[in-house]
Design a protein around this ligand. Structure first.
Ligand code: FE2
Length: 454
């Protein structure tokens, strides 16, 4: 594969019209308000002891996420953008994610739920004052409202983390949401041919894109076939019934060692009950729905399934080409359906539902080639390690992405039902260890097409 930086894609203007500035202010305000409504829901639907408890060693107590959200907002919007003094400098280190791994956070002298709510609210009040007077040019941090967008995305990402904690939590149901509307059984082609050739990967123009999505660059991709929809529970059950978890030949060496060590036999939260599979979902036990994309599988499981199916996981570049490349124009669009922001017709995003929609849903969100549900529903594991793009520059801090680059992390794409639109784009990159499956992760598969088309 070759990659080169696109030199003419980036145009950062330091002049802006009044209406541009007001549009940025409005978008920033709406994004912060939406995020806070969700944070409030996730931290008030259970009582104080539930907020301070650690529901899994993989996760922080919910009250840590709440105060951490406030602390990051204080550090970036109040101190870095507005130059204000620290409100409570003594708590910074408690809420530094790098200083304290999740397992040790419950033993820290954290703010109580009441104090954490009060602190986050005080920071937000001051942040909205800063936003009201902000000029969105002059520094990279304030250009096009980046810092406000970054903080809204950060809060939404912790909301997704808190939703994972809710899923791991034992006890009665605390959250409810309507199910996605019924989806007619998908009868279209099972896979789509994506033509070979170069396309533009990443972005240099999306104002709130994070450092790891930048810069836009050309990427050469050989022709390949990709699944039209994510892999379903029914398809995954066929892998289980065929003895997939007992056959080392489907697994990488590391995957096989892990599946034996961790005694994996099915996706997380599944259990067999006689002749059927049940799953636990936000406090409710239910029959695993056959048509829904499979959820809560790790990278090793996704990779083994693909090999069993005679296929492979798509690379990150293949996934992005399938999601963004418009063969009619040769352009890369922001989303599979074009450049418009997501609406409820396009994708299952924003915790509107507490589950993915059945495979084949959201026809309005399909790519020009007809690939569906690339955005929303389930995060999709790709074959690729998390690596910087050519020309990457860490911004605004090294710990955002740079320290995670390398073979320890695999890239996930496309967002899930738990991801807000503000933190979801055709270029957005997520990453995690290949053993992780408490996240809202599924996958689709691909295969080479070069032999048939050359
Ligand atoms: Fe964070």
């Amino acid at each position: 594969m070759t990659a080169e930086t696109v030199s003419d894609a980036e145009t950062v203007s330091d002049s802006e019209t009044v209406s541009d500035a007001e549009a940025v202010r409005e978008r920033a305000l709406a994004s912060l308000v939406t995020a806070r409504e969700r944070t409030t829901l996730l931290t008030t639907c259970v009582d104080g002891p539930e907020l301070t408890a650690q529901h899994s060693p993989l996760m922080s107590p919910l009250v840590w996420d709440l105060a951490h959200i406030g602390n990051q907002e204080e550090q970036w919007l109040l101190r870095a953008v507005a130059g204000q003094e620290a409100i409570r400098p003594e708590i910074d280190s408690l809420y530094d994610a790098f200083e304290h791994p999740r397992a040790e956070r419950p033993s820290l002298p954290l703010l109580s739920p009441k104090e954490a709510h009060r602190y986050a609210a005080e920071v937000r009040g001051r942040a909205l004052d800063v936003l009201e007077k902000a000029a969105f040019h002059g520094t990279r941090l304030t250009e096009a409202g980046f810092a406000f967008g970054m903080i809204a995305q950060h809060e939404q990402q912790h909301d997704e983390t808190m939703l994972i904690t809710h899923q791991l939590r034992r006890g009665p149901q605390a959250l409810t949401a309507p199910d996605p509307g019924p989806v007619p059984l998908f009868t279209g082609p099972a896979e789509v041919l994506v033509p070979g050739g170069p396309f533009t990967m990443g972005t240099s123009t999306e104002p709130w894109a994070l450092d790891n999505e930048r810069p836009a660059h050309r990427r050469e991709v050989a022709p390949f076939w990709i699944d039209t929809t994510p892999v379903t529970n029914a398809a995954y059950q066929a892998f289980i019934e065929d003895g997939g978890y007992d056959e080392p030949r489907w697994w990488t060496a590391a995957g096989w060692a892990h599946v034996r060590r961790a005694s994996l036999t099915a996706p997380l939260f599944w259990r067999r009950d006689g002749g059927q599979w049940l799953r636990r979902r936000f406090g409710v036990t239910e029959v695993v729905p056959p048509d829904e994309p499979v959820l809560h599988v790790c990278w090793y499981e996704a990779d083994a399934y693909a090999r069993w199916a005679g296929r492979r996981l798509p690379t990150e570049a293949e996934w992005e080409k399938a999601a963004r490349h418009d063969p009619a124009t040769g352009r890369s669009t922001r989303y599979p359906w074009g450049d418009a922001d997501p609406t409820p017709e396009h994708a299952n995003l924003g915790q509107r539902h507490l589950r993915p929609a059945p495979a084949g849903g959201y026809p309005a969100g399909a790519s020009p080639l007809g690939v569906r549900q690339l955005i929303g529903d389930v995060w999709e594991w790709t074959a690729s390690d998390f690596l910087p793009y050519p020309g990457f520059r860490a911004f605004p801090y090294k710990e955002y992405s740079e320290v995670f680059f390398g073979p320890e992390y695999k890239v996930l794409r496309g967002g899930s039902f738990a991801v807000d639109p503000v933190a979801c784009r055709g270029t957005f990159r997520n990453w995690d260890h290949p053993i992780r499956r408490q996240i809202f992760s599924g996958f689709r598969t691909a295969r080479d097409a070069s032999r048939e088309t050359s």
